[in-house]
Design a binder for this molecule. Structure first.
Ligand SMILES: Cc1cc2nc3c(=O)[nH]c(=O)nc-3n(C[C@H](O)[C@H](O)[C@H](O)COP(=O)(O)OP(=O)(O)OC[C@H]3O[C@@H](n4cnc5c(N)ncnc54)[C@H](O)[C@@H]3O)c2cc1C
Ligand SMILES: NC(=O)c1ccc[n+]([C@@H]2O[C@H](COP(=O)([O-])OP(=O)(O)OC[C@H]3O[C@@H](n4cnc5c(N)ncnc54)[C@H](O)[C@@H]3O)[C@@H](O)[C@H]2O)c1
Length: 474
């Protein structure tokens, strides 16, 4: 079927960002066309969050078998059937896939075109045999793995996130290029499943996170036997006996059975022919303003393709801002301060709002830094999960500017702080709520309470309470 379509909204890309716009706009009664050239669900479902977290869950189950001694349970080396582990990963993807399927979206009233889209005029796209003219075009084309310019890389076999979840052979020695979230989540998962793992990081691992917190994660990964080499530049890669070899600057050579490239992302823009539509872009992605509009007033760009922090919840949030701003004509501006990020290593690492360095640069000496260790938390003690720290940044009046957590379930625990920042809460509110005992969530109250500890138990308060104690009981 071919022809000319004139929908109210046309979306290019059926990943996390595009699907939220498509379902929202269709349920609001608009005529919606969605163009997807690959798999519905995009990276998150097929090559990203879902398979990586499923693999991490399997790896955690394996690690639990090694970790019973402290509980009086004899530790055993797990018998990992890697093929079955990958069956589990595929099962999880299949369980979630119907939510993102063509069938579901067609039932919602969306017209789904399974083709690649490109601009042929300012507000007009071509997709297969269709011409689509629309006053509201949403680009949600995502990103793909960047291949760093390492000599030999294109000639040697290597995995990226787009291929590693289809692999059915447990690497005997996985060499990972890049120590960002992808590299380290995969490094720990494969290590726990039985592989030897070496991470080669050109600069600093987890560089976007607070170094005080990322150090806690890196120490655990190293303790689990992952060889992490920071500040290591790879001069070239080549085939070696039954695998690959990375030749480091300086001449050292690291041989592995498999290579995973996790060295950052590049936006998917080339196929769109953006210049035909007057849409500015650079190597980071499609240029947008805070309302996510491009240099063409009829075109918005959301999700990974605009170069803002690349997370599924960020993509979903940007999609909801498009619906609010472009469809309801309500104020809708992206506020990066309310968007958290989490890395699902064990321990997890999560942050929201300003980090210590950023807060000090902006607010100067008035900044207060509060810390609470997981070792001070009774639930963490019962689970032997005491590695970790909650770190909270406030301004001089106690307004919460940011929070970071390295520790068990940090991705869950950061949510209290997300709410605090989104709602502009003061630290007194966090110090005053009542969490159930014994929970890891108590760390929030205790970290917040430490804001007052010096004053509460200081000489003035003690003097006041001593004076009040001398008065008759009332
Ligand atoms: C290994 C890995 C783990 C991750 N884990 C997490 C996590 O735990 N939590 C988290 O929040 N984020 C995670 N992310 C990031 C997350 O996956 C992305 O931020 C998110 O998927 C971006 O969604 P998107 O809609 O912008 O892009 P995508 O999901 O990439 O969707 C874009 C879609 O557009 C299509 N497309 C591109 N060009 C065209 C065209 N010209 N015509 C038609 N269709 C086109 C593509 O085929 C694709 O399906 C992870 C990423 C990776 C790689
Ligand atoms: N839990 C999550 O939310 C999650 C998980 C995975 C990915 N993601 C998203 O995907 C994005 C991409 O992840 P990523 O880890 O690929 O990218 P990244 O940019 O965060 O990290 C890439 C790392 O590779 C290093 N590097 C680059 N070239 C190199 C080379 N030639 N040799 C050695 N090291 C090199 C960089 O210094 C950097 O530390 C993340 O920033 C995040 O937005 C999110």
């Amino acid at each position: 079927m071919s022809g000319r379509l004139t929908p109210d909204v046309c979306i290019v890309g059926g990943g996390s960002a595009g699907l939220v716009v498509a379902s929202g706009a269709a349920q609001l009664g608009l005529d919606v066309v969605l163009v997807e050239r690959g798999l519905m669900g995009g990276d998150c479902l097929n090559f990203g969050c879902v398979p990586s977290k499923a693999l991490i869950a399997a790896a955690r189950a394996a690690q639990a078998q090694r970790s019973g001694a402290a509980f009086g349970i004899a530790p055993v080396e797990p018998a990992v059937d890697f093929d079955k582990v990958m069956d589990h990963v595929a099962t999880v993807i299949a369980a979630i896939a119907p939510n993102d399927s063509v069938e579901r979206f067609e039932k919602l009233g969306v017209r789904v075109l399974q083709d690649e889209a490109r601009f042929v005029a300012r507000n007009e796209l071509q997709a297969g045999g269709h011409r689509i003219l629309s006053k509201r075009i949403v680009l949600a084309t995502g990103s793909r793995p960047a291949l760093p310019p390492v000599p030999g890389l294109t000639e040697v076999p290597h995995f990226t996130n787009e291929t590693i979840f289809a692999n059915r052979t447990l690497p005997s020695h996985l060499v990972v290029l890049g120590g960002g979230p992808i590299g380290l989540e995969m490094a720990q998962a494969f290590r726990r499943l039985g592989a030897r793992v070496t991470v080669l990081e050109a600069a600093t691992c987890l560089a976007k996170d607070d170094p005080e917190l990322s150090a806690i994660v890196l120490a655990r990964l190293r303790a689990e036997g992952i060889d992490i080499r920071e500040g290591t530049r790879v001069a070239s890669v080549e085939r070696a006996d039954g695998g690959i070899a990375a030749v480091l600057e300086g001449g050292a050579r690291i041989e592995g059975s498999h290579l995973l490239v996790a060295a950052g992302r590049i936006p998917n823009v080339e196929a769109l022919d953006l210049d035909r539509a007057g849409i500015a872009h650079d190597r980071r992605g499609i240029t947008v303003d805070d309302s996510l509009r491009t240099s063409n007033r009829n075109v918005w760009a959301i999700g990974d393709c605009n170069g803002r922090p690349a997370f599924t919840h960020m993509a979903g949030h940007q999609a909801s801002l498009f619906i609010r701003g472009a469809l309801f004509r309500a104020p809708a501006k992206l506020d990066p301060a309310i968007v958290p990020w989490a890395t699902y290593t064990d321990p997890e690492l999560a942050q929201v709002g300003a980090g210590e360095r950023e807060a000090r640069a902006k607010h100067g000496d008035g900044v207060r830094v509060l810390r609470w260790k997981f070792a001070e938390n009774d639930r963490a003690q019962t689970e032997y999960e005491t590695d970790g720290l909650v770190k909270v940044i406030t301004d001089h009046r106690g307004r919460v500017l940011g929070a970071g957590i390295a520790g068990p379930q940090a991705g869950e625990l950061i949510q209290t702080w997300c709410l605090a920042i989104a709602a502009g809460l003061k630290i007194s509110t966090l110090a005053g709520f009542v969490p159930p005992y014994p929970t890891l969530g108590e760390t929030a109250k205790r970290a917040a309470g430490s804001y007052y500890a010096a004053r509460l138990f200081g000489p003035r308060t003690r003097g006041l309470v001593r004076f009040l104690a001398r008065l008759p009981v009332w």
